[in-house]
Every structure is written in structure tokens, then in C-alpha cells.
Write a protein that binds this ligand. Structure first.
Ligand code: HEM
Length: 223
């Protein structure tokens, strides 16, 4: 029986039935996103050039190439998300590609055009609000790992004390965390039903796959 106390709202029984069967019962959407993408997070962290960022022997050339690739990824995804704005309650941030661009400029480099990447991968179109949230989850979550990476870079490549060229990884952690908390609330407000959560998880996994394809370059060169 569907909750009696809701019946005064006079919705047809089929609608209540749909709500009762679709509503997610497992856990908060943010936790499901974390669990549902865990495998991909490990792959991107360990099996791409991203792992070089944690190593003591990282070179400036490697760092610059990673920053250029990350800029290309963030710029493309942020541009796509901008077209989804009408579907979203909160505007996706475009700050990260701007930070990456300022690092590129600092080193006197030029941004990568997507077509320049070998085997340029295709990110599937973002066709729903749920998918847009899955993409935003990966972009916003990546900043959490950025704090750890920043610490390592300061210990290694940037240990001489020159911290120019670290705008992206050295971004204000307090602002990053408060953006993350706001985003968690947005997920909870928007992803009400299990099928919505699943759509977001699928889009997040596709986004990780896209990062993977763009960032596995040094693996290719080394093998
Ligand atoms: C060397 C590379 C990386 C390291 C060391 C790293 C590390 C971390 C750490 C320490 C956290 C926070 C702790 C946790 O909740 O698990 C985190 C969270 C996260 N990272 Fe990474 N990360 C890396 C690369 C990336 C990349 C490239 C992406 C995006 C493609 C990414 C996406 C995420 C996401 C979405 C979360 C949020 C997980 C959650 O739901 O709590 N990470 N990462």
C-alpha cells in the first residue's frame, strides 16, 4: 500500500506507484556515484600519466603536457555543459579550464586543439540533466585529488620554491571543498529516483573513460 498520508495530494494511483518503485532505496546519490565509478577512478589515477604527478622524478615537460591535456578535456566538457545550463539548477563552473589556461600561458605554451591528440576520443553528447550531473561529478571531484597532487608537486618538481604554473593544482582548497559540498546537495535534490542515479553514474563512467583516453599518452610512449 502506498503511503496513506500522501493520498490527500490526489495524484492518480499509477503516479504514486511509479514514485514508490522508482525511488532509490540504496543510498545517497553521491555515495552511489563514488561506488559506481571507483574502478574507473583507480584506472585513471594509476594507469595514465596522472600517476607521474605523484612521482619524485616527474619532469617539467611531463607536467606541462599533462596540464595541456587536462586543459583540453576541461575546456571541452565545460563548453558542452554550458549548453546544458537551462536543464541545471546550478551553473557548471568554468573556472578550472581558466586556471589550466593560466598555467599554460605561464610556461609560454599553447593549448592543444582536440584534433591534435592521437586517437582523439569522442565524449558522447550530454543529453539529460542526469548525465550533465554525472559529468560535473567527475570534474568537481577531480579537484579533491588535486589537493594531494599539489602537496606532492611542492615536494618534488616545485621544491625550489617557484610556485608559478600551479594555478590549477594549487587552487584554493577551501573554495574547492565548499563547491564540492554544494554539489553534493544539488545531487541529493535532483537525483531522486534510482534510474536517474544510474544515468548519472553511466555518464560519470563515460567521462572517466574520456579522461583515460586523453591522459594515457605517456604510457604509450614508454611502452
Ligand atoms: C594522480 C591522480 C589522482 C589522485 C592521486 C586522486 C586522488 C583523489 C583523492 C585523495 C580523492 C578524495 C578521497 C576520496 O574520496 O576518495 C579523490 C576524489 C575524487 N577524484 Fe581523484 N585523484 C586523481 C585523479 C583524478 C582524476 C584525473 C579524476 C577525474 C577524471 C578524479 C576524480 C575524482 C572524483 C570524482 C573524486 C570524488 C570521489 C567521491 O565521490 O568522493 N581523480 N581523488
Amino acid at each position: 500500500m502506498i503511503c496513506d498520508f500522501l493520498m490527500p495530494l490526489q495524484l492518480p494511483l499509477e503516479i504514486w506507484h511509479e514514485i514508490a518503485t522508482r525511488r532509490t532505496t540504496i543510498s545517497k546519490p553521491a555515495i552511489q556515484l563514488k561506488i559506481g565509478t571507483k574502478r574507473w577512478h583507480t584506472v585513471v589515477e594509476k594507469d595514465t600519466s596522472m600517476n607521474r604527478l605523484l612521482r619524485a622524478d616527474i619532469t617539467l615537460a611531463e607536467y606541462c603536457e599533462i596540464v595541456r591535456r587536462l586543459h583540453s578535456i576541461h575546456h571541452q566538457l565545460e563548453t558542452r555543459l554550458a549548453t546544458c545550463s537551462p536543464m541545471l539548477e546550478e551553473q557548471p563552473t568554468t573556472k578550472r579550464s581558466a586556471l589550466l589556461l593560466s598555467d599554460i600561458v605561464y610556461f609560454g605554451l599553447t593549448p592543444i586543439q582536440p584534433e591534435q591528440l592521437e586517437d582523439y576520443p569522442l565524449m558522447l553528447p550530454i543529453t539529460s540533466r542526469e548525465a550533465a550531473l554525472g559529468v560535473m561529478y567527475v570534474l568537481d571531484g577531480a579537484a579533491l585529488g588535486g589537493m594531494l597532487i599539489h602537496k606532492q608537486l611542492l615536494n618534488n618538481l616545485f621544491r625550489q620554491g617557484d610556485v608559478g604554473g600551479l594555478a590549477f593544482f594549487g587552487a584554493d582548497p577551501v573554495a574547492g571543498m565548499s563547491q564540492w559540498m554544494r554539489f553534493q546537495k544539488l545531487l541529493e535534490r535532483t537525483l531522486i529516483f534510482q534510474d536517474q542515479v544510474e544515468e548519472a553514474v553511466n555518464a560519470a563512467n563515460r567521462t572517466f573513460d574520456y579522461f583515460y583516453q586523453c591522459l594515457r599518452f605517456s604510457q604509450k610512449k614508454e611502452t
